[in-house]
Design a protein around this ligand. Sequence first.
Ligand code: UDP
Ligand code: MG
Length: 320
Amino acid sequence: MKISLIIPCYNEEESLSPFYNELNKVTAEMADYDFEILFIDDGSKDKTLSILKELAKEDKRIKYISFSKNFGKEAAMYAGFCNSTGDYTAVMDADMQDPPALLSDMVKILEGGEYDSVATRRQTRKGEPKIRSFFARMFYKVMGKISTLDMVEGARDFRLMKRDMVDAIVSMCENNRFSKGIFGWIGFKTYWMSYDNVKRVAGQTKWSFKKLLKYSWDGIVSFSNAPLKFATGCGILSFLASIPPLIMAIIKMVDGSTFNGVYSEILRWNVTLFAIFLVGGAILASIGIVGQYISKIFNEVKGRPHYIVAQTNKEDVVKK
Ligand code: UDP
Ligand code: MG
């Protein structure tokens, strides 16, 4: 049996050596299995690639695939899936926030035969900024409501999967990738394993708040039509709301009846202004949302590669 490990790395020079030491320990304890360790260097600007080259010299199980620039963690994971050949495949972060020590338990669960994948979730978000946890929780709640996906709060990308599942992921070749959505969409039986949050072993998180916000939005637009429905709803509402004042205005024009006092004031100025803002705002928001979907379509239609490999020690590396 062979296990492929996919490790996306972006500026991880400080984490790599503690991570590799830990991984070595774990794999040594799992002597019944062969390992293929795929490090995906996502265009790091530090010494990540040279460290990987050194490691690959000493350890024949290590293959590195280095991108020509930073394509993002999603592209790195996809490159890993496309190039993994193991019976089981796992994705894990290079910073030990996905504890390699869990691997042997995960493998045991798959060996049981009942499940096709073992996924992990953090029970706690200890050590993470409060505001970040709050927005993350909100995101999972909203996403669970507006999409057909079964979103699990605190889910990590850290998973061990059987071959069939990996093949299914590779077959989903969309450019706007949102792995948590993809894992859910393809189905299969998943066992959820919980663990307490672990702090990054070294270095900084590569996800700024802005990057996370964009990623969440990508997830929503890729797996839900709710924003489009919301825009349509706003359009219909503001259309309906404009009918009564219009009727009042027509009555006034035809038989000259006046609406007295406050009503006439509202009719003359405030309603008009308010209506302009309301309708204008609804139209702009709707166009914006439609535009977001069109830009996604545009991205897909261009059919650009997901990633470009600049250096690798892997023969016949798969490019997609
Ligand atoms: N990563 C990547 N490309 C990126 C950003 C991150 O390959 O553009 C990798 C990173 O090296 C790490 C993993 O994705 O192995 C998770 O990143 P990070 O630990 O910064 O995210 P967090 O755990 O803070 O959510
Ligand atoms: Mg991390």
